[in-house]
Write a protein that binds this ligand. Structure first.
Ligand code: PBG
Length: 326
């Protein structure tokens, strides 16, 4: 007999031990990556109003925060820099004394066990706030590649363990891979923001990173939220160019994209649980409308179930704590 009453799916839901045995998806601290914002020219950590609990760190306070992250068992941080000076070509992005390069040195000295990943994109460093070089009001693809490769190389020279290009220029993974290989960094992995959508969910991040475009938007280089087959092409190309890990971003409204990438490719997949996804939960929780812990665990478990191996999330320290308690 293969149906009710012989079959009762509630049997294995009776208690937590049985539920644990049949649980299909695990969420653990080893799968979490925590984004960190480091600002030049500030002396005290600065709160980000749209992202309660997240701060811009000064170089002086970075070490202590990194130690806290490492003690929680979080394996990796993803760095974003906020420079004091911006220009047309994002010069501070590939300055060996730039804010991120200094931050990497500090982290390597003060929290040597933490994996240091860096976001590679010009938007925080350009006066126009776009992710590449602008000419005639248009973000130029090929002209941007060399600058992105210089940026990635300078991060790796400063000690970064992995670089994560998020600019969405065509060919950037290959250009970065070649540059790193030529300079003796053939062991440094690339996590490509492969399927990165032009998303309203990045809103709070733009306050955190000071990277809002000064004109237009990013739809001429980031993906259209309506497309999924195109995401598979993006992923395929990044794999051919040498990506070691591919990313889907944002996560929540794109779970089907994560699933499709999982079914088509064997590479590790990262999902970015972005700023807007964080802030919505925080805001509703602050109103007392939802149970923050329960919803956060549910969301992150869902992202894992969709097929992500690792999750970049602003909730990482809280989740690490909750996982220790449970
Ligand atoms: C840089 C970049 C962005 C994010 C990560 N890298 C912003 C953007 O593309 O506009 C968003 C992260 C988040 O919202 O948490 N290009």
């Amino acid at each position: 007999m293969t149906s009710f009453p012989a079959v009762r799916l509630r049997r294995t839901r009776q208690n937590e031990k049985l539920r644990g045995l049949v649980r299909e998806t695990q969420l653990s601290v080893e799968q979490l990556i925590y984004p960190l914002f480091i600002a030049e020219g500030i002396n005290e950590p600065r709160e980000i109003s749209a992202m309660p609990g997240i701060k811009q760190w000064s170089l002086e306070h970075l070490g202590r925060e990194a130690e806290r992250i490492a003690r929680l068992g979080i394996p990796a941080v993803l760095l974003f820099g906020i420079p004091t000076e911006k220009d047309e070509v994002g010069s501070q992005a590939y300055n060996s004394q730039g804010i991120i390069q200094q931050a990497i040195h500090r982290l390597k000295a003060e929290a040597p066990d933490l994996l240091v990943m860096t976001d590679v994109c010009l938007c925080e460093y350009t006066s126009h706030g776009h992710c590449g070089v602008v000419q005639n009001g248009y973000v130029q693809n090929d002209e941007s590649l060399e600058l992105l490769a210089r940026m990635a190389l300078s991060h790796v020279e400063a000690g970064a363990d992995l670089v994560a290009p998020s600019d969405m220029m065509d060919g950037r993974v290959g250009t970065i891979r070649r540059t790193l290989d030529e300079q003796g960094f053939s062991s440094t992995p690339i996590m490509a923001y492969s399927a990165k959508y032009a998303s309203g969910f990045y809103g709070p991040f733009r306050e955190a990173a000071g990277s809002a475009p000064q004109f237009g938007d990013r739809r001429a280089y980031q993906m259209d939220p309506a497309n999924v087959r195109e995401a598979l092409r993006e992923v395929e190309l990044d794999i051919k160019e040498g990506a070691d890990i591919v990313m889907v971003k944002p996560a929540l409204a794109y779970m089907d994209v994560i699933r499709q990438v999982r079914e088509h490719f064997d590479l590790p997949i990262a999902a970015y649980n972005v700023s807007g996804e964080y802030s919505m939960i925080k805001a509703a929780a602050m109103q007392g409308w939802i149970d923050e812990r329960r919803i956060t665990m549910e969301v992150l478990t869902g992202i894992r179930r969709a097929g992500a191996d690792m999750i970049i999330t602003y909730f990482a320290p809280e989740v690490a704590q909750w996982l220790q308690e449970s």
